[in-house]
Ligand binder design. Structure first.
Ligand code: SF4
Length: 326
């Protein structure tokens, strides 16, 4: 996501992840809302990698093989140089293997075996597949060095013909948002269930983008305007533990998180009435609800005790104003 993302309070349900009446993912309507929220978030802004602008299976395969153990920043430069030097699968197949391996070493792309396999796979495409890449994951797996993840990525991004990706980032998102148990089969089933049929390219890009830019180990729910805040179990509870993030106490995590948000919001607004502050602190704020005026005033009183804010109490709770202590 770019730096300029908003806090997601523009009133658009798709971008705010406004909570639906039915939040269970067993519910088809909720799944449709969850899908649309993520896809429109991704369409509105995402990191612009050059391989996301192509559906050429050769170029995508090169990007996937390069990304396996290399930072994305370095991959951009290497991928650009590589596809300029060998712009097609035919050109790569005709290259000297030593030149390809030399390129790999010069660009510090990790194990040289990957360069050898890539070169060999290019030869296979010409010799065994008449110069046309197989279009499904099982066909792609026949290429040298192409494992299940890479095969699925190429099938998705080149042919819109892949399965739902389940990598570390996706597991973290599913575990937090929908409390999917930390089990291989459960992740695969829920990832499959969520992915709209025939949209593996956009979907897999979008959910991996969510895990890579918003639902990172330290989540950036509001800063990245996560489109799933309205449905997310972790966002509601404040417990952001995940298979790759150690557990924390739910209650403490939640209090700490929301106290931080109150202070952040007041830094740019100075003073706000509870009902103006609440929606900026959590997307599911409802004045009379569980996370409403009472909850927020309690949080503000805590911050006042710690000397961080002042709470000006007026007649009703609605008139209470919270101000950053300067
Ligand atoms: S709301 Fe936060 S924790 Fe939940 S999916 Fe979005 S970024 Fe992850």
């Amino acid at each position: 996501m770019g730096e300029g993302t908003t806090d997601g309070t523009d009133g658009n349900p798709a971008s705010t992840g406004e909570r639906s009446d039915t939040t269970s993912l067993a519910d088809a309507e909720a799944i449709a809302q969850v899908r649309e929220a993520l896809l429109s978030w991704y369409r509105s802004d995402h990191r612009d990698f050059p391989w996301r602008r192509t559906d050429d299976p050769y170029e995508i395969l090169v990007s996937e093989v390069m990304s396996q153990q290399t930072q994305l920043g370095r991959v951009i430069e290497a991928w650009t140089d590589f596809t300029e030097r060998w712009p097609t699968v035919e050109a790569l197949a005709a290259a000297d293997r030593s030149a390809v391996v030399g390129f790999w070493s010069e660009h510090r792309l990790g194990y040289n075996n990957r360069a050898k396999y890539l070169h060999e796979a290019a030869g296979q495409v010409l010799a065994e597949f008449d110069g046309e890449f197989p279009q499904d994951p099982s066909g792609l797996r026949e290429l040298q060095g192409v494992g299940p993840y890479t095969a699925n990525a190429v099938a998705s991004f080149a042919f819109d013909n892949g399965e739902a990706v389940v990598d570390t980032n996706v597991k973290r998102v599913l575990y937090r948002a929908f409390s999917v148990p930390d089990e291989k089969q459960a992740f695969e089933e829920s990832a499959r269930e969520l992915m709209p049929a025939g949209e593996s390219s956009a979907w897999n890009n979008a959910i991996m983008e969510l895990g890579g830019t918003a639902c990172e180990k330290t989540p950036r729910c509001d800063e990245a305007a996560c489109p799933w805040r309205g449905w997310c179990d972790a966002y509601a509870s404040g417990d952001f533990s995940a298979p790759d993030v150690p557990a924390q106490t739910t209650f403490e995590g939640s209090r700490r998180q929301f106290r931080g948000r109150v202070v952040d919001v007041l830094r740019s607004h100075d003073a706000l009435a509870l009902d103006d502050l609440g929606p900026r602190v959590r997307v599911d704020y409802a004045p009379e609800g569980t996370y409403g005026r009472e909850w927020l005033r309690d949080l503000a009183e805590d911050l006042a005790t710690d000397g961080l804010v002042d709470v000006e109490r007026h007649g009703s709770r609605a008139e209470t104003v919270v101000r950053l202590r300067r």
